[in-house]
Design a protein around this ligand. Structure first.
Ligand code: 3HC
Length: 331
C-alpha cells in the first residue's frame, strides 16, 4: 500500500528506505493494520494532521447543532420536536467524544476552540447554509448526516485508535439521524400539500451540492489526502466517498419522487456508478474563506454560547477542586 503510493508519484511521501528507523517501524505497524495508540511513538506530522482533522470534525459537530437548533421551537409536533432535540443532543455528544479523542494527542480543547472563534481553523462548510423551512430538517438529516455517515463509517477503520473508537459510537447514532430526516421528507411527500411537496424539492435543491462538498476538494486538489491515505488516517479518497454517497442517495431521491438540481446526474452502466455534474468549487472555497451565507452568524453564536456558559465551567471547576481537596484531606 505505502510503496504503491510512493510509486504513483506521490512526490511528498518518503520511501521506507528514506525513513528514520522509528518512522519505518511506525509505517510498518500502520501497514500491518495495528492501531496506533496515544502512548505509541508517532511522527509529528501524523499527530498534527490528526489534531487538525479531529478538532475540525469536533467543531463541525458543535457548529452543526445550530442550523437545527433554529427549528426546535417551530417543530410541527411534539414528536418531531423530541426527535430534533434528541438529534441535537447527540451532536453535542459527538463533539465531546471527538474533542476527547483530540486531547489524547496533547491538544488543548480551549486553544482549539479559540482557533475556531478566531476563524483560523475550519468546520464543515455545509453548516454555513441557512435552514429556511421545516423540510430542511429532513434534508439535513437525510443528506448531511447521510454524507457524514458515508465518511464516518469508513473512518471507523482509521489507524488512530481513539478516533476509530469514537467513530464506532458516533456511527450508531448517525443512522437514527439520517432515518428520522428521511422520514420527515417521506411524510411530506406522501401526505403533504402541494406547497409542502414544493418545500421538499426546494430544500433538496439548496442542500444537494453543498452536501457533495462535504467530502472535500477533488482528489487532485487535496493537499492532505495522499499522506493521510499512507498513514491510513483516511481509508478512502474524497472522490471515492463522494461517489459512494451519490450512488446510495439517488435511489432514495427517486423513491421520494424528487429530483436533484443536476441535469448531468445519470446512471452510467459501464462505470457502474452515477455520473454527475461539475461541483462549483468557487462556491466551496468562498465558503471556506468565510464568505458563506451564515459563516459570521455561526461563529458569533458559538462565541456567545461559550461566553454565556463560562460561569457554568467556572463553577464546575471550583466544585471539582474543592471535592479533590476534601478527598486529599480525608486521605
Ligand atoms: N468544509 C470545510 N473544510 C473542508 C471541507 C468542508 N466540506 N472539505 C475539506 N475541507 C478543508 C480541509 O480541512 C483542508 O483544510 P485544512 O488543511 O486547513 O484542514 C482543505 O479543505 C483541503 O481538504 P483535504 O481533502 O486535503 O483535507 P482532509 O484530508 O482533511 O479531508 C475531510 C477533508 C474529508 C473533511 C476530512 O477532514 C474528514 O474526513 N474529516 C472527518 C469528517 C468530518 O469532519 N466531517 C464533517 C462533517 S461532521 C458532520 O456532518 C456532523 C454530522 O453529525 C451532521
Amino acid at each position: 500500500m505505502y510503496a504503491q503510493l510512493v510509486e504513483t508519484g506521490a512526490k511528498r511521501l518518503k520511501t521506507l528506505e528514506e525513513m528514520s528507523p522509528e518512522e519505518r517501524e511506525f509505517q510498518l505497524k500502520v501497514d500491518a493494520e495495528t492501531k496506533i495508540e496515544a502512548k505509541n511513538w508517532m511522527p509529528e506530522g501524523y499527530r498534527k494532521t490528526l489534531v487538525r482533522q479531529i478538532s475540525q470534525h469536533a467543531h463541525s459537530e458543535v457548529v452543526g447543532m445550530l442550523p437545527e437548533g433554529n427549528w426546535v421551537t417551530r417543530a410541527p409536533s411534539l414528536k418531531r420536536k423530541l426527535q430534533l432535540m434528541a438529534k441535537i443532543q447527540d451532536e453535542a455528544g459527538h463533539g465531546l467524544y471527538l474533542y476527547s479523542a483530540m486531547e489524547t494527542l496533547g491538544a488543548d480543547r480551549d486553544e482549539e476552540i479559540d482557533k475556531l472563534h478566531a476563524g483560523t481553523v475550519k468546520y464543515s462548510s455545509i453548516f454555513n447554509y441557512p435552514t429556511l423551512s421545516w423540510a430542511d430538517m429532513g434534508t439535513v438529516g437525510w443528506l448531511v448526516d447521510g454524507a457524514a455517515i458515508v465518511n464516518q463509517v469508513v473512518l471507523q477503520r482509521t489507524s488512530y485508535g481513539p478516533y476509530s473508537r469514537a467513530m464506532i459510537r458516533i456511527c450508531k447514532e448517525e443512522s437514527f439521524h439520517q432515518r428520522q430526516g428521511y422520514q420527515i421528507l417521506l411524510d411530506m411527500m406522501r401526505e403533504g400539500t402541494e406547497e409542502q411537496k414544493e418545500m421538499v424539492q426546494d430544500s433538496i435543491n439548496r442542500f444537494w451540492w453543498p452536501s457533495l462538498m462535504m467530502f472535500g476538494p477533488s482528489d487532485d486538489q487535496s493537499p492532505n489526502s495522499q499522506q493521510s491515505m499512507a498513514w491510513k488516517i483516511k481509508r478512502k479518497s474524497n472522490d471515492e466517498l463522494r461517489q459512494m454517497f451519490i450512488d446510495q442517495t439517488v435511489p432514495q431521491l427517486e423513491f421520494l419522487g424528487c429530483t436533484a438540481p443536476d441535469p448531468d446526474l445519470k446512471w452510467n452502466e459501464e462505470r457502474g456508478h452515477y455520473d454527475f455534474g461539475e461541483i462549483d468549487w468557487q462556491e466551496f472555497y468562498d465558503v471556506l474563506k468565510g464568505n458563506g451565507p451564515c459563516n459570521k452568524e455561526r461563529i458569533e453564536t458559538r462565541k456567545n454560547a461559550i461566553d454565556g456558559g463560562a460561569w457554568v465551567r467556572e463553577a464546575a471547576k471550583v466544585y471539582a477542586e474543592k471535592k479533590q481537596q476534601k478527598q486529599q484531606n480525608a486521605a
